[in-house]
Design a binder for this molecule. Structure first.
Ligand SMILES: [Ca+2]
Length: 455
């Protein structure tokens, strides 16, 4: 952080000297060490025959990749007094020295300036004068997805290079996604996800930066969350979002009225403690039919451990679906968000626990069919509902007399039941993230369960 500020100050100072001395600028040794190329492209934009005045137009320097010009190119600025100055420091420097880039205005009403090539020399200021022409300029594209403006979609997985770590990554082949700021939200393990930006913190903040390997090194599209998978985990729940730096995480997107950080999609990790014998669990993330091997891992289980789910291939019934063995792991069994699963830890000593870390994307909506009789379910969101009847669990009018919800306390190996009567659950049951529940639809029709997240 301080190094960045220092670099920026050196750069600003160098620029001032450069402008005062007629733009004869030398590269400082600091530049060479850092590998950042302080570089300005500047010039005039003549109006020419254009009915569109250049002042106020946006001008870009961009790397034309596969014929695309992305909305968020390397750097951009606004033309003022017929002049522009594109600053490499406002981009995700370094540029590639010796490579040709393009400079152009965004086209407006069919008129624009450029594109014209500029070769990055790695030092000094390049002067490139442009003239508005009909058909000139560029029409940039949006990044290739439906992600919210100014944000970057993340993926989360176990680190293939070190299974104790978690790898957060994003697609830097999209130029806009190289401009990343990564934010984290930590929780106590009870299901505390929120989009409220007050609780989020940038990963290079000294308060959390030690949890990561090189939290400032984001140009590779990868961030390693150290020691947070399984036994060595110290953060029982944690979430990540990414925004594009130039938008400003706390600025408001005029199209949605939300802060860019607020509307970014999230991924996360959640630790589930397993105890001796029966555990009733669920995955509070979108997993799209993740295999149990992926969702639950394999290293905390031993031969003879069991996974039980509802077998829908016959009359719905609670069925042992697979036994764990070191040779076959969990075989082909899969788990989805909102699905409950009973795990039997056969050989785990009394009083010991095992940490099962689950990873995935935080769901923004959810729906599943509740069948007649047995439904093993879980909260599909990493945020606890205080009451099953809230958030349409089940939707108003869908719970009917005779329905039952069974919870299970793995510490005491004790089940408890709540019955639906007089339009309410008796007693009320909080729906905790990562717990599993048995919803027993005794007499009534199936229905679509679509709880609304309370983020
Ligand atoms: Ca990195």
């Amino acid at each position: 952080m301080f190094k960045d500020i220092g670099r920026k100050l050196i750069f600003m100072l160098t620029l001032v000297l450069c402008l005062q001395s007629g733009m004869a600028m030398a590269v400082t040794s600091e530049d060479a060490i850092q590998g950042y190329y302080y570089y300005w492209i500047t010039g005039n934009v003549e109006q020419g025959a254009s009915p569109v005045y250049p002042n106020g137009l946006t001008i870009l320097i961009y790397d034309e990749e596969n014929g695309h010009v992305w909305t968020d190119s390397l750097a951009r600025t606004t033309i003022a007094a017929d002049k522009y100055m594109l600053n490499s420091f406002d981009s995700f420097a370094p540029y590639e020295v010796g490579k040709k880039y393009l400079v152009a205005t965004i086209q407006q009403s069919g008129w624009g300036a450029g594109p014209e090539q500029v070769t990055i020399s790695g030092s000094g200021v390049e002067v490139l004068n442009l003239t508005m022409v009909e058909g000139g300029g560029v029409v940039p594209e949006e990044p290739p997805s439906d992600v919210p403006t100014g944000t970057i979609p993340l993926t989360i997985a176990r680190d293939p290079n070190n299974p104790a770590n978690i790898l957060i990554s994003w697609n830097t082949s999209v130029p806009a996604y190289r401009d990343a700021e990564i934010y984290m939200l930590a929780g106590d393990g009870s299901g505390t996800f929120t989009n409220n930006t007050a609780n989020w913190i940038m990963v290079n903040d000294p308060a959390v930066s030690a949890l990561f390997d090189d939290p400032n090194g984001l140009a590779d599209g990868m961030l390693v969350f150290l020691g947070q998978f399984g036994a060595t985990s110290t953060a029982p729940e944690a979430y990540f979002k990414a925004v594009q730096t130039r938008y400003g995480a706390y600025n408001v997107d005029p199209a949605t009225g939300l802060q860019y950080l607020e509307q970014a999609w999230a991924v996360g990790k959640f630790d589930v403690l397993l105890r001796r014998f029966w555990n009733f669990v669920s995955v509070p993330f979108l997993t799209s039919n993740a295999s149990l091997n992926t969702a639950y891992g394999t290293d905390i289980f031993t031969d003879g451990d069991e996974a039980w789910k509802i077998n829908t291939s016959v009359t719905p019934s609670l069925t042992e679906m697979t036994s764990f063995t070191g040779a076959t792991n969990w075989q082909g069994l899969t788990i989805n968000a909102g699905e409950g699963c009973m795990i039997f830890m056969k050989t785990l000593p009394q009083g010991e626990t095992r940490t099962m870390t689950v990873l995935g994307e935080v769901a923004r909506s959810y729906s599943s069919r509740m069948a007649w009789l047995f439904n093993l379910m879980g909260n599909p969101y990493p945020a606890t509902f205080s009451n099953f009847s809230l958030g349409s669990i089940p939707p108003a009018g869908s719970g009917q007399d005779g329905d039952e919800i069974w919870s299970f306390d793995p510490a005491t190996q004790t089940p408890s039941v709540s019955s639906y009567r007089n339009n309410a659950w008796d007693p009320t049951v909080p729906m905790q993230s990562s717990n599993g529940y048995l919803f027993f639809r005794k007499n009534n029709d199936p229905f679509d369960w679509a709880p609304v997240p309370n983020y």
